[in-house]
Design a protein around this ligand. Sequence first.
Ligand SMILES: [Fe+2]
Length: 270
Amino acid sequence: MRIGILSDIHVDINAEAGKPVMQGLKAAITSKGIDKMIIAGDMASDYELTLASLQELEDDTNVECLFVPGNHDIWNENHPDITAWDAYAWLQAHNGNLVNGPRSLIGDWVAMGDLGWYDYSFGSPDFSIEEFDRMQIDDRLWQDKVKAIWGRPTREMHGYFFDKLKQQLNDLEGKKIILVIHALPIQDFTVQNPDRMWSYLNAFLGSAQYGELALEHNVRYVICGHVHYRMQKRINSTEFICNCLNYSDQWITEEPAAEIAQVLKVIEIH
Ligand SMILES: [Fe+2]
């Protein structure tokens, strides 16, 4: 089974920048002979557009898209009255949303996952918990502060996802696991040698606990997104993959189709 991997597709932001990505994405899924897509969050900054885009991809390629929401997908930017929980629940209308539960793939292979959040563990210890809770450094406000309305303390949200994933991994002991999380699971994928601003903002990228959990359970692949990097790192028998399409001003080519053809990663499982 050939599995395509991509995250942070940001269909709306890229379209607004004059670089629509859907056609190129469909073409790449077809030309690479992909049997199943895994999208690790941030399809769009609007849950309705996320759902419509996932449906369009599936309808036009006949390839199922397994998906976990990213922080953008649950934002209230276009729906000021909704909570993050509302969008998170409505996104479950997509059958391949792994929030609905783990999915068997082929043989002993199982895909599972969830959004994941952050616990400040990747931030510099030079800052206090109170400073991280403010989510603002100088003029830069981390947008989750005003657009991801969970109504619970930030580190509690990390705990919510962590406990859920831990329970699922316990239940799936002995299976070959592909774990999909939007948030970062390892420090290596955060901004390295950060300036003062990023030594603060790294706090909002993920949690080392997700990576530790994956290693404890001998997870085969951990697929994440969020940071707009394209990186891969093997630790013991676990392959960590961060493979983001990103915003067009971060691309290495000019054309959406060329960029996607170059970036879309394929793994094969048997
Ligand atoms: Fe993100």
